[in-house]
Design a protein around this ligand. Structure first.
Ligand SMILES: Cc1ncc(COP(=O)(O)O)c(C=O)c1O
Length: 392
């Protein structure tokens, strides 16, 4: 049996080495604390769960959904965009449901990429962007991001021929893994640049509601004329603690939305309707749960920043996202080595920045999505490690 090249080419699971160290520690009886995964520990709010329970009793919801989503779901998304972003969307043509935004992000390259085509991907970045392109036989061209530039790409520095050859570019603000944010002026420049070079923009807005200190994340569709060249992916996962329910949406350019719907209709049969009902309730709801959750993350963020600074890492408190992105102390070169030492000596797991691309080397990422007492214990161990004490 010979597996397809696309499977053989899947990037080696960079976390494998860390996983082995975790297993080793657990075998020794160490209580391992993981800041590795961005999956909210907080529960889906009760009023959203209640709508699922009601929807479970409706026989129509026991049957196949439509790929594009219920009209009521698409209308709720349009209402959300109008209220939250001041953007008017046609629910018939400019909205499609997704089985979580990851599904849409993974499948989107099928809409634009033929073998040999290229896609611009910011580095460091969410790994699914690159894999989706590789599955289509396309080439990912990395656009390196730097701390000095606030982790925003210098689009004007992309060589003319590289920009012209690219079918589309992935942008993601608020950003995973860096926690960086982009203002509307950045998106205005990006849209103008994309139009000049005939490049589509796919914007991933999955962290739009996880924001702190009064920051409000814009949608790229707030830029006049953006929908001529842009599609935006969003999700209920992080905004409403709904990672387990798998629902998101792609909105924007009608040709791209329709093409994605057509691709998907050949691969999946849509989001369970009862889950769409949850999403409608969430999107139309009061939004105070978002504020309450963000307050929890903000407290954890501030505590983590304090402890990481004591460890000699350079870190700025992010305005958004679930992540702390920290530069290794002077003299430390390998994020994987550093993460490995933390596990071995403290039983605390962080993600090496290299896992998100070569430009992530020299950094580590901590996710703030574990229960308060686990965050406290993890940070206590790191603080004690910083003081040179034996932790385990
Ligand atoms: C940047 C980014 N986009 C998209 C997703 C996918 O989220 P979901 O499929 O739950 O909507 C994630 C998940 O961690 C992410 O970090």
């Amino acid at each position: 049996m010979e597996l397809a090249r696309r499977v053989q080419q899947l990037p080696p699971y960079l976390f494998a080495r860390i996983s082995a160290l975790i297993a080793e520690q657990r075998a020794k009886g160490v209580d391992v604390i993981s800041f590795g995964i961005g999956d909210p520990d907080l529960a889906t709010p009760d009023y959203i769960l209640d709508s699922l329970k009601r929807a479970a009793d409706v026989p129509a919801n026991h049957r196949y959904p439509e790929t594009e989503g219920l009209p009521e779901f698409r209308e709720a998304v349009a209402r959300w965009y109008a209220r939250r972003h001041g953007v008017t969307l046609d629910p018939q043509t400019e909205v499609v449901s997704l089985i979580g935004s990851k599904e849409g992000i993974g499948h989107f390259p099928l809409v634009l990429v033929d073998p040999g085509d290229s896609v611009l991907i910011t580095d460091p970045g969410y790994p699914v962007y690159e894999v989706g392109t590789m599955f289509c036989g396309g080439e990912s061209v990395k656009v390196p991001l730097t701390e000095e530039d606030g982790w925003l790409p210098r689009l004007e520095d992309i060589p003319e021929d590289v920009a012209r050859r690219a079918k589309f570019i992935w942008l993601n603000y608020p950003n995973n893994p860096t926690g960086a944010v982009a203002d509307l002026a950045f998106f205005e420049q990006a849209v103008a640049w994309a139009k000049r070079h005939d490049v589509v923009i796919a914007h991933d807005l999955a962290y739009s509601e996880v924001t702190f200190d009064g920051y409000v994340a814009p949608s790229i569709l707030e830029v006049p004329g953006a929908r001529e060249i842009a599609i935006e992916f969003n999700s209920l996962s992080k905004s409403f603690n709904m990672t387990g329910w798998r629902i998101g949406m792609a909105v924007g350019n009608a040709t791209l939305v329709d093409a994605l719907r057509r691709v998907k209709s050949n691969l999946d049969s849509g989001v369970p309707q009862a889950v769409q009902q949850m999403a409608i309730t969430a999107l139309d709801g009061p939004g105070d749960s978002i504020l309450a959750h963000n307050e929890v993350y903000r407290r954890r963020r501030d505590r983590a920043v304090e402890v990481l600074r004591a460890l000699g890492l350079h870190v700025e408190p992010p305005k958004a996202s679930l992540y702390i992105w920290a530069r290794l102390p002077e003299g430390e070169r390998s994020s994987a080595d550093y993460a490995g030492r933390l596990i071995a000596q403290t039983g605390v797991v962080v993600t090496p920045g290299i896992s998100y691309g070569p430009a992530g080397e020299g950094y580590i990422r901590l996710s703030l999505t574990l229960a308060d007492d686990r965050v406290e214990e993890g940070l206590r161990r790191l603080a004690s490690f910083a003081r040179g004490e034996q932790v385990l």
